[in-house]
Structure formats: C-alpha cells, structure tokens
Write a protein that binds this ligand. Structure first.
Ligand code: G1P
Length: 274
C-alpha cells in the first residue's frame, strides 16, 4: 500500500515571472483550479490520503488553500457560489496535509530528502504538480501503484519525447519486461542529457513511487547536473541493482512548467468542460 504522497513545491517558477513573484507557481490555475489541487486529486484517486508538501519561503498560499476559509465560507453560505468550494472542501475533509520547508534550493533530490521526516520508513509517491496528468480511467498514480505492487521496487513514469528535448528530462534506458503493460527494468538513467548523448528518448515525467532506502542513497548523492542533488542520480543507484521499473503511463501529460504546456492544458480542460 502507498499511503503518502510528497509534493516538492519549493521551486521559484521563474519561467512564469512576474506572475510567480508573490504567488507560488503551484497555485497557478488551469481554469479555476490551482495546479497542486489537480495533483492532490490525482493522489486521492489512487487511494492516498496523506499529503506531504515541501514548501519554501513565499509558499504560504498553498497551506491556506488546503484549509477552511471561515470568512469566505460565511460570506457565500446559502448562495449560488457555495458549490464552487465543494471539491476543495471534500479534499480537506478526506486528507491530512503536512508541510516542511526546504531552506536551501539544492535540487529535486534534496527536496525529496527534506521530506524524510514527513514520510518515514515506507514506500511513497512523489508528484511534481507542474506536470499535470489526466487519464480516461485510473489516475496515473493509481496505475503506478499497481506496477509497484507487482515489482515491489521504485517506479518512474515515462513518456517518449521528441529527441531534441532530452535535455529537459531525466532519460532512462531499460529492458522491456512486460509489453502489455509497457514496463521496463531500468538499466541506466541520466539527468537532462544533450540530445547527442541521450541513450533514448524515454523521459521521466513528474511521477515517482520510491522505496524508502532512497533517503540513505540521497544522503550520499553528490551534486550532479546543474550543481544540484538529482533524484535521477539516486535512482540510478537503485537501478544498478535492478530495482527501478519505468512505466509508460496511459493518459496525457501537460508540462505546465512551460508557457506552451500551460496554455495547452488550459485549452484542453476548457474544451472538456472542467
Ligand atoms: C525534474 C527531474 C527530471 C524529470 C522532470 C519531470 O526536472 O529532475 O529528471 O524528467 O522533473 O518533469 P525539472 O522539470 O524539475 O527541471
């Protein structure tokens, strides 16, 4: 069972300045819902109720969002707009949210290690809210949990990206272990390789199931690409022992960390009527 989901949410979101000057990038809305709420809904759809958020300075709006706003509730009570809060109210009732701050920005691996106190000694999910995923049936995290239950090791979600975009992602190579479910046993992984050096075009997207030994590995992981502690490098240590599965998820991902992806997601959800 995966019971907890970690949300690294300490990054600055510089690509969206000035919008993200005083507002967390995770609070940017696709229509009326902030990105992080889509992420929490995906986790809930996978049966997860315990949310652990890695925040930083200037991120308080995230905590306020997952809390009751008495004044607002009082104002709109009984009116036509009251139902607009139904979804978020339901999340607040179902889930618990804990927060810890990443004091220094030393990379995604470092952010995940910061979450150790909230996670403890159990396997957990990691969700990067700026990768917004949608699927027809099971949520992407739910699909990944099924894979985890079968292989009992770390799982990364992957998709094929245009070969000239490998330098935006962690890239894996692996051996197909099950063609019906599109799962690979990872043999190598490299963070944001130049297209000319990339072993494949299979890119990790912002969904992981990690076994808790990752924390000890992260403690020993040296800064890698960009001088940051990379989760990709830590996962490579597990992969060397055959303990990482890559899973080509079913569904659609929007890179809402980029303007193009953000606009695409907005149009998609607008047309879908959500
Ligand atoms: C991070 C990871 C990268 C992964 C990506 C998915 O990069 O370091 O391996 O492919 O998330 O979105 P970031 O997008 O934070 O630069």
């Amino acid at each position: 069972m995966i019971k907890k989901c970690l949300y690294p949410a300490a990054g600055y979101g510089t690509r969206f300045l000035p919008a993200t000057k005083a507002m967390p990038k995770e609070m940017l809305p696709i229509l009326t819902k902030p990105l992080i709420q889509y992420g929490v809904e995906e986790a809930v759809a996978a049966g997860i109720k315990t949310m652990a958020v890695i925040t930083g300075r200037g991120k308080r709006a995230i905590e306020d969002h997952f809390d009751i706003s008495y004044e607002l509730e009082h104002q709109i009570k009984g009116g036509s707009k009251e139902n607009l809060l139904n979804e978020i109210r339901s999340l607040i009732t179902q889930c618990t949210f804990s927060y810890t701050r990443q004091v220094e920005m030393k990379g995604l691996g470092h952010a995940i290690l910061t979450g150790e106190t909230l996670i403890g000694n159990e396997a957990f999910a990691v969700l990067l809210a700026d990768d917004l995923c949608t699927s027809q049936n099971d949520s992407v995290l739910k699909q990944m949990i099924e894979v985890y239950e079968k292989y009992q090791c770390s799982v990364v979600a992957i998709e094929e990206v245009p070969p000239d975009q490998t330098d935006k992602y962690g890239i894996i190579s692996g051996n197909l272990v099950d063609s019906t479910t599109d799962t690979y046993r990872v043999t190598d992984m490299v963070e944001k390789p130049d297209p000319k050096d990339a072993p494949t075009n299979m890119a990790i997207i912002g969904r992981y199931i990690l076994t808790p030994d990752i924390f000890n590995i992260l403690r020993k992981t040296k800064p890698g690409k960009g001088g940051e502690i990379q989760i990709t490098d830590a996962l490579l240590e597990q992969a060397k022992e055959g303990k990482v599965i890559a899973y080509k998820f079913k569904g659609k991902r929007f890179d809402c960390g980029s303007i193009d992806g953000f606009v695409e997601a907005t149009n998609y959800f607008y047309k879908k009527g959500i």
